[in-house]
Design a protein around this ligand. Structure first.
Ligand code: SF4
Length: 361
């Protein structure tokens, strides 16, 4: 990323080029019997270590099923973190990506937070380095800094507010009513969507999600013509022309709710296809179609599945329970600062009757 001493110049291309997207990991194929034995060993280890498993909707279905079977939870990023505050378990195993483990630790400092792979990260997080972001904020002191949940603890520590995709609109509308200008980071597509809906004066950090950015609007139009009876569900990290075609724009939790509550039997879904496990669970008779990506014969880095989420498996989950490594540590001064924008969001939700789900990625 380009940076000069006086002012920073950040471009979407520079950020995109700075991100090294890993190849999808290939885990050894397990027979049904081997998988069942492995799950039993993990269950035993969880019990022995008073540990609980929290898994994101984008992780492998086996991990999501195991989290539910063992009294853990399957949720979006914020619910995953909040679950930790209500459990008596001493150890929280976060199956997801790094910022989710960090958010869990910010809210649960007294607990041990482990992850199957600490290198599992997120293109939004990597594309918003704390030093550069802090300089950008310093250059715009008249803006209120609002960051998305998909950021590091250090970036959250520099923010006035943290929001998730489920609560971003009411919070930014509230800031607009107070006459505040907003500096938004890191997802430019989500930022643009919020700017358009709320009419707020916003400066947008030009980051993006490598998974959602690959959904293609022309191909989506084609698939909609093939399935005119299907409802189109889109996560707001997707590009504007994809969002424009949505029947529902929402966070992971809101999209799952849409599948279970809408009358349609068929849905075209523009988000990570790991979410299909939960959608199928809540609405087993409905048909789910993945929205088209660049993968149709072209180069595709994610093909509707996050390569970092795919770093979580039953195999490395067992290893982390055996070795007790991959622990999340956060500098206490940073943790305390990062807690402020998160708590501000939670208080806002309480005060405005936005109960229950403040849903995230
Ligand atoms: S799907 Fe996108 S936003 Fe979610 S963790 Fe992966 S890269 Fe980040």
């Amino acid at each position: 990323m380009r940076m000069s001493t006086n002012s920073i110049k950040i471009s979407a291309d520079a950020i995109r080029n700075s991100i090294k997207v890993p190849k999808h990991p290939v885990w050894p194929e397990l027979s049904g019997e081997e998988k069942a034995e492995l799950k039993e060993r993990i269950k035993l280890l969880l019990k022995e270590q008073n540990a609980v498993l929290v898994a994101h909707y984008y992780t492998d279905g086996d991990l999501q099923a195991l989290a539910e079977e063992t009294g853990g939870c399957v949720a979006d990023s914020l619910e995953m973190a909040r679950f930790g505050t209500s459990t008596h378990a001493e150890t929280i195993i976060v199956c997801g990506v790094r910022f989710m483990g960090e958010t869990s630790k910010i809210l649960n400092p007294e607990k041990r937070v482990l992850m199957p792979d600490l290198d599992a990260t997120c293109s939004l997080d990597v594309g918003c380095p704390a030093d550069l972001f802090s300089q950008y904020c310093d250059e715009h002191p008249d803006h209120t800094v609002v960051v998305y949940a998909n950021t590091s603890a250090a970036v959250k520590a520099r923010a006035d507010w943290m929001v998730t995709s489920g609560i971003a609109l009411p919070i930014v509308s509230h800031l607009r009513e107070r006459g505040e200008k907003v500096l938004w980071a890191p997802d430019r597509h989500l930022g643009k969507y919020i700017e358009k809906v709320t009419g707020t004066d916003m400066l947008l950090w030009p980051g993006s999600c490598v998974v959602h950015e690959e959904f293609k609007s022309v191909a989506l139009e084609r698939i909609r013509r093939l399935h005119p009876d299907a409802a189109v569900l889109v996560h707001p990290e997707s590009p504007e022309h994809v969002i424009d075609q949505a029947d529902v724009v929402g966070s992971t939790t809101q999209l799952i709710k849409a599948v279970s509550e809408m009358e349609q039997d068929k849905f075209i879904v523009a988000t990570d296809d790991g979410i299909f496990w939960k959608m199928q669970q809540v609405a087993p008779h409905k048909t789910l179609i993945s929205a088209p990506t660049a993968g149709e014969g072209a180069t595709c880095e994610s093909c509707a599945h996050c390569p970092w989420m795919a770093m979580n498996s039953l195999q490395n989950l067992e290893q982390v329970l055996i070795n007790g490594d991959n622990e999340i540590h956060i500098d206490e001064a940073i943790r305390q600062k990062a807690l402020i924008p998160i708590e501000r969001m939670l208080v806002f939700a309480e005060e405005h009757g936005i109960s229950g789900k403040y849903t995230g990625d």
